[in-house]
Every structure is written in structure tokens, then in C-alpha cells.
Ligand binder design. Structure first.
Ligand SMILES: Nc1ncnc2c1ncn2[C@@H]1O[C@H](COP(=O)(O)OP(=O)(O)OP(=O)(O)O)[C@@H](O)[C@H]1O
Ligand SMILES: [Mg+2]
Length: 311
């Protein structure tokens, strides 16, 4: 499989503070992914993203970003990738359209083509009504959208955003997430964004990477992470059956697994997903199965287990 971003043992040590901010990270980000890089303050997210953009040199390891070597070809990476930094700067005294024209100029986009693209993008993002306002007069949500537009000017296949929803109110944050989904679904863009908020990830990201003290503890497709977690931690299956006592006794006698009774339900702690065997066993003894399901852990539960070092 080819990846839009791939790193090998990527490491950054800040000599001054003796901090290993990024510690042997092997990122694998497939094309079209919405990849959420999750981690507490100081986990190393910003440092990692700066390494990808060639804004910092690695102490060890390396990688490729959109096919370019992140060290030797960092100028090509910066040219092709849209990047929204954590502490971005807008030229507050510039008008919105002037600011975008200026950026287009910096990116070598011909002026007439730029004007058409800028109008199209401002309309698409509902900012056209504000095009002659000064950047400093925009609300935070509008500024975020303007920054996305500024990334899109050079038509990048990869967008990297550092804490893009920081400081947005819930409505603006939701709008922003919808925008990310649209860019991914409609235009097939690969999107990486960092966040320290778990709720930013659920339902939005196809992939997630959890960082802790410079290390990438786990990464992959959200569904796969859940499956891997289940394999490691065990499966909890809940059964509601009638008659309950009979079902409980039968399962306790016949299954190798740990069986418990809790508030009218039978709980089974298993090493694999044995739902079918449970159903067959109960049915063959004429016991009615009212409910039989696997407890799927939430990303939050998984996240906290990893953080507490329980995985
Ligand atoms: N220029 C620097 N010099 C020395 N240490 C640094 C430098 N930049 C970052 N660090 C340290 O590296 C570690 C990782 O910082 P980084 O900013 O990458 O974390 P982060 O996950 O982005 O955190 P946040 O959620 O607060 O933005 C921290 O311990 C930080 O103090
Ligand atoms: Mg940061």
C-alpha cells in the first residue's frame, strides 16, 4: 500500500530542554484518510507536524510526504501541502480578498486565475459577503474558514491542520468538521489534523493516531483499533434470556468462559466472539434469547486505557 505520509522512526530531540518531543514515530497515512492525531498538551503533535512540513529537521529517522523526502525535498513538500499552523497569523489590516490575492501571488498563481478561484472559494465557504472586510474584523470561525481557503488556493492533495477547532464555539466547530468531511468526500483530499479533544475524533475520522510523550502509541482505522482492542482486552458479551436462571446455569456449565449474572442479564467474558455458540447452545435447550450483543468499547474507553498504560 502506498501512503500519502509515511515516516520511519522519526525522532526529534530538543537539546535545550533535553526533551524527546517525537520518539521513533512510524506514521502511515493512506490516501483519502481523515487522520486525527490525538494527544494531551505536550504530547508532541505540533513538533511532529512541523517535521512533516520540513519546518524542523529530525534528529533521527525520516519519511516521505506526498512522495517527497521530508528532509531533502522539504521545499517541494511545503509547495504542495496545505498547512494550517497552531498559531497562525493573518494580516489583520489586509482585506480578505487582498490577503488571498497576496497568498496566491506568493504561490505563483497567475492573477486573473487567482481572482476567479478566490471568488469561487469565498462563495463556496459563505464568505463572499465579507470579502472587502479587513481580516482583523472577522470572527474566529470565519478566520478558520479563511485559513482553509488559503490552503486550498494551491489545490493540495494533502491538508495538515494543527488544532484547527481550538477556540471555536460548538456550532463553528461543527461547521468546520462538516467542511473537513466535504473536502474529503467531494474532493478526495487527505486530511491530517491534531487535537487534544477526543470528541473531535469520533464520527469524523477514518483513522486515528494516539500520541503520548512523543510516542505514537497506536494508529490505524478507528474500527480496526476497536477490533484490536477487543482481541487484547477480551470480549464482553451480554445475554438476556428466558428462563434466566436456566440459561445462566447452562452457560456456566458448558462454556469455558467466565460467566456472571448482573441485574437480570448474563455477562460473559470471552477470548473471542462466541455469540453464535451461545445462541446455538441456548436455542438447543429451548431457551428464548431476547438479546445477545457484544459490548463495543468507545474510543474514549480505549483512549484512557492506553493513556493509563493498561494496554
Ligand atoms: N522549540 C522547542 N524547544 C524545546 N522544547 C520544545 C520546543 N518545542 C516543543 N518543545 C517541547 O516538546 C514537547 C512537545 O511539544 P509540542 O508542542 O510538540 O506538543 P503538542 O502535542 O503540540 O502540545 P499542545 O497540545 O500543547 O499544542 C513539549 O515537552 C515541549 O515543551
Ligand atoms: Mg501543539
Amino acid at each position: 500500500m502506498s501512503y500519502v505520509v509515511e515516516t520511519w522512526e522519526l525522532t526529534k530531540v530538543f537539546k535545550k530542554g533535553h526533551v524527546k518531543a517525537v520518539d521513533a514515530v512510524n506514521l502511515r497515512i493512506p490516501k483519502g484518510a481523515i487522520y486525527g492525531l490525538l494527544g494531551h498538551n505536550g504530547a508532541g503533535k505540533t513538533t511532529l507536524l512541523h517535521l512533516l512540513m520540513g519546518m524542523l529537521l529530525p534528529t533521527a529517522g525520516g519519511g516521505t510526504v506526498v512522495g517527497y523526502d521530508m528532509v531533502k525535498e522539504s521545499s517541494l513538500v511545503r509547495k504542495s501541502v496545505g498547512f494550517m499552523p497552531e498559531n497562525y497569523g493573518l494580516y489583520d489590516y489586509m482585506k480578505v480578498d487582498e490577503f488571498l490575492e497576496y497568498l496566491a501571488d506568493l504561490n505563483g498563481i497567475p492573477r486573473s486565475a487567482a481572482k476567479t478561484t478566490i471568488r469561487m472559494l469565498l462563495e463556496e465557504f459563505n464568505l463572499w459577503d465579507h470579502h472587502s472586510k479587513k481580516c482583523g474584523q472577522l470572527s474566529r470561525g470565519m478566520r478558520q474558514k479563511l485559513l482553509v481557503i488559503s490552503m486550498l488556493l494551491k489545490e493540495p492533495e494533502l491538508l495538515i491542520m494543527d488544532e484547527p477547532t481550538l477556540g471555536l464555539d460548538p456550532l463553528a466547530a461543527r461547521e468546520f468538521k462538516e467542511l473537513i468531511v466535504r473536502l474529503s468526500a467531494k474532493e478526495g483530499k487527505t486530511i491530517i489534523f491534531s487535537t487534544h479533544l477526543l470528541q473531535e475524533i469520533g464520527g469524523l475520522c477514518s483513522h486515528v493516531g494516539i500520541m503520548y510523550m512523543g510516542k505514537l502509541l497506536i494508529q490505524g482505522e478507528v474500527e480496526n483499533i476497536k477490533k484490536r482492542f477487543l482481541k487484547k482486552q477480551g470480549y464482553m458479551i451480554t445475554v438476556e434470556a428466558h428462563p434466566l436462571d436456566e440459561a445462566y446455569k447452562l452457560l456456566g456449565d458448558q462454556l469455558q468462559e467466565q460467566v456472571a449474572l448482573n441485574r437480570g442479564r448474563i455477562l460473559i467474558y470471552a477470548h473471542s466472539d462466541v455469540r453464535e455458540a451461545i445462541f446455538d447452545l441456548l436455542a438447543s435447550h429451548g431457551i428464548k434469547v431476547r438479546d445477545l450483543h457484544l459490548e463495543i468499547p468507545s474510543l474514549e474507553q480505549i483512549f484512557h486505557k492506553y493513556y493509563r498504560g493498561e494496554c
